[in-house]
Design a protein around this ligand. Structure first.
Ligand SMILES: *Cc1c(COP(=O)(O)O)cnc(C)c1O
Length: 433
């Protein structure tokens, strides 16, 4: 399987090159040359297969011969060592819980898969690869845990000082080994800017790659979720709709890939906070990216979603065909808090703010289609957003084991102020491969 750049000005590359490059040389996102639907027989009997078998079948064609079959099976098995339960909310609404991984955010699966692929590609290399990533919170923790102890890979994470939650900071700064956290005096955009500058800087003497959802090895495994959910509900014999809380639109785009592979998904709802570039595009037909605004569902505070261009490609760059099976709605913080209360009081379920945005999208969709089963994705455990969830719902949330353990560990981070600090650090002997 080869990948082309969506800017169409770079040569096509293998899965391996696309993973190692992250972005094509022309700054375009990589996209698979071909998508071959899976056998109907397989999809009709999904509940007879384990999650590992399903995931392997879904991803195999995209990896091609870049990784031997047995190794890919091991990677998939290792990636998916936790549960993905669908929990009923009301008669025709359910939630798919994606927070049972080590950092309790859905990004664990993509980060673990990518880490294992890079580890395989690099196992005989003397020159290490450095994964450089800026985080506003969740990405950094998932990437750090995913890559922990992977041979041949160094991870450097930049995060804005004082702007991530205590739990998130601990998840980034307490691991040691091949993970280094850099605490930046500034905001997330400053971290992001430094990372971008480093990627273009020819004087950095190490191989850099990115680990956000532009990377195909982080983006594609998110297809698995939609198969796992469908497997749990299809015997209810209802049409299935997904509402996906969206920021960079990588997760929902992976859902559309699952649909292209033959999964019978009736409709997608992209639910956003007030960062409403895509909902506006569907109404007006004009794509106008904006600077991001801060909300209580901060993992979705994105004004120019990087994966939307992949969604357009999947719909042949035709807005009218997009509108047929894809809707998008935006909700503000007040509506999100009210939804959290309603889900808690009426249905006895504690959502996090991102899940609550997904719920609101589901309810909006159900105004025109009350009969389908609408599944919204719960993308983070409520404990990761304690400062919002506890006061909104007047509850105390029990701290899960994997979080409790790190709260006692000592933070280790290096302060940096400017790009030249980052450059000096990347070129220092201490971690040079
Ligand atoms: C990253 C993230 C999202 C948004 O996912 P995208 O793939 O960027 O659309 C939603 N919720 C949580 C908790 C996240 O961490």
């Amino acid at each position: 399987m080869n990948y082309y750049s969506l800017h169409k000005k770079s040569p096509n590359v293998s899965f391996q090159e696309a993973v190692v490059n992250g972005l094509a040389p022309d700054r375009g996102l990589y996209f698979p040359e071909k998508i071959t639907p899976l056998a109907k027989e397989f999809i009709a009997n999904l509940d007879k297969y384990s999650n590992e078998e399903i995931a392997f079948k879904a991803i195999q064609q995209f990896v091609g011969d870049a990784i031997p079959k047995e190794t890919l099976q091991e990677i998939v098995k290792d990636t998916l060592s936790f549960d993905f339960p669908v929990v009923p909310i009301d008669e025709n609404t359910a939630t798919l819980e994606l927070f049972h991984g080590p950092t309790m955010a859905f990004k664990d699966v993509g980060a673990r898969f990518m880490a294992r692929c890079l580890g395989y590609f690099n196992k005989n290399n003397n020159a290490k690869v450095t994964v450089l990533v800026a985080t506003s919170g969740d990405t950094g923790g998932a990437v750090a845990h995913g890559f922990l102890g992977v041979k041949g890979v160094e991870v450097v994470i930049l995060y804005p000082s004082g702007k991530v939650s205590d739990i998130q900071e601990k998840q980034l700064t307490t691991l040691g080994q091949n993970i280094t956290a850099l605490e930046v005096e500034g905001v997330f955009d400053d971290c992001q800017e430094m990372v971008k500058t480093a990627f273009l800087d020819t004087e950095i003497n190490r191989v850099l790659t990115s680990a956000n959802s532009i990377n195909i090895a982080r983006w594609l495994p998110q297809m698995f979720y939609f198969f796992f959910a469908y497997k749990q509900v299809y015997k209810q014999h209802k049409e299935v709709v997904f509402s996906v809380p969206s920021g960079n639109f990588g997760n929902i785009c992976a859902g559309i890939m699952a649909q292209k592979l033959g999964l019978p998904i009736k409709h997608f709802v992209a639910s956003t906070n007030i960062n409403d570039t895509v909902p506006n595009y569907l109404v007006k037909g004009v794509y106008e990216p904006k600077p991001s605004k801060m909300t209580i569902s901060n993992a979705m505070d994105v004004g120019n979603p990087s994966n939307f261009i992949r969604i357009q490609e999947l719909y042949g760059n035709d807005i009218s065909s997009l509108r047929k099976t894809f809707s998008s709605y935006a909700f503000n913080d007040h509506e999100t808090r009210e939804a959290m209360k309603k889900i808690h009081q009426k249905e006895g379920y504690i959502p996090d703010p991102h899940g609550a945005v997904g719920y609101l999208g589901a309810k909006e969709y159900q105004k025109n289609d009350a009969d389908s089963l609408c599944i919204f994705l719960e993308t983070a455990h409520p404990v990761k957003f304690l400062d919002v969830v506890e006061p909104t719902l007047s509850v105390n949330i029990e701290i899960p084991k994997q979080i409790e353990e790190i709260l006692h560990k000592e933070k280790e981070a290096k302060f940096i102020n400017t790009y030249s600090d980052l450059k000096a650090f990347l070129n220092s002997e201490k971690i040079r491969a």
